[in-house]
Design a protein around this ligand. Structure first.
Ligand code: DAH
Length: 314
């Protein structure tokens, strides 16, 4: 029977109940019981028929199948990784092949990690150079990934005490309250590096950085340093690389890539590491800049713009 047929029968059956009154008293009960039985039977059939119809309606779908074009979405566009994430992963891959651990930075931090732990005492003039945002509650969206140095040092200190070394890189999103132009964004990506051992040297640092850039750009490169100033390193430098030949360099131009230096004894001390016994170096720089140079981009604002025409090129 179809659903319709069962429903029709049920309706007819309901009509039958009216007849009870016309029957002699002694027959009423038996008649009522018979009708009830028939009704229960029909209702059971109806339920089964409805369930069967429902499962026929549900088509099995393959959720992994590519979407079929339709009128609402005439062209199905395939998404892709954001170019900055692709470049960041390349950089992290190089570091991890060198033996560095990777930990992630935070997007909201505090005064202690942003300044105090990095040897900027309260009122230190270099604090102003970081154009920090602050939340109403007094938290700081980090203006550089160096906010993670204290955490990297304390977290891996036991490796050092067991005769090993601290070797960590920390990628993160950073924020500065600056005017935005072709070379400045309020939000960008940095990657920090921290290395500590009993005999870490400035020369080792240059070796790590040269190797990073040569691997990333896939060619031999000259590097040089120029003096810089950061409260958390002593000495502090800017590292420059020779403009890669594949990117139009003719062995003449130099590009400033990152800040670096030997970790200041106060920074080690704050993290509970004896600066008489251990030495370290640290560095940090923008991922945006690496990627811009690689792809010949002249405007950093594209990265955060959400412009599909730009993103589709990668
Ligand atoms: N945090 C610095 C900045 O964003 C860059 C930097 C300089 C990081 C020296 C370091 C360092 O780790 O040692 O301007």
């Amino acid at each position: 029977m179809t659903i319709e047929e069962i429903k029709k029968k049920l309706k007819a059956l309901n009509g039958e109940y009216a007849k009870i009154r016309e029957l002699p008293k002694e027959e009423r009960k038996a008649f009522g019981v018979k009708l009830n039985k028939q009704r229960e039977e029909l209702e059971r059939e109806l339920k089964a028929a409805e369930e069967a119809a429902e499962s026929e309606d549900v088509e099995a779908i393959d959720i992994t199948a590519p979407a079929a074009p339709n009128e609402q979405i005439p062209v199905i566009k395939q998404g892709s990784k954001h170019p900055l994430m692709t470049e960041l992963n390349r950089v992290l891959d190089i570091y991890s092949r060198m033996g560095f651990n990777i930990i992630e930075a935070r997007q909201l931090d505090d005064e202690f990690h942003m300044f105090e732990s990095l040897n900027f005492p309260e009122g230190h003039p270099a604090r102003d150079g970081y154009d920090t945002f602050r939340t109403e509650e007094g938290f700081i969206p980090p203006a550089h990934t160096s906010t993670m140095q204290y955490r990297a040092l304390t977290r891996f200190k036991s490796d050092l005490e067991q005769g090993g070394q601290i070797a960590v890189v920390i990628p993160g999103r950073v924020f500065r309250n600056e005017d935005v132009d072709a070379t400045h964004e309020h939000t960008f990506y940095q990657c920090e590096g921290v290395f500590v051992s009993e005999d870490a040297t400035f020369g080792q640092m240059l070796g790590v950085l040269k190797s990073l850039f040569e691997n990333y750009y896939g060619q031999d490169l000259k590097i040089k340093t120029q003096p810089g100033y950061f409260p958390f390193t002593e000495p502090s430098c800017e590292l420059l690389i020779e403009k890669p030949k594949s990117l139009g360099g003719k062995g003449d131009g130099w590009l400033e890539m990152l800040g670096c230096g030997m970790i200041h004894p106060n920074v080690l001390k704050t993290a509970g590491i004896d600066p008489e016994r251990y030495k370290g170096f640290a560095w940090g720089g923008g991922i945006d800049r690496l990627a811009m140079l690689k792809y010949g981009l002249n405007d950093v604002r594209y990265f955060e713009s959400g412009k599909l025409e730009f993103l589709e090129e990668f």
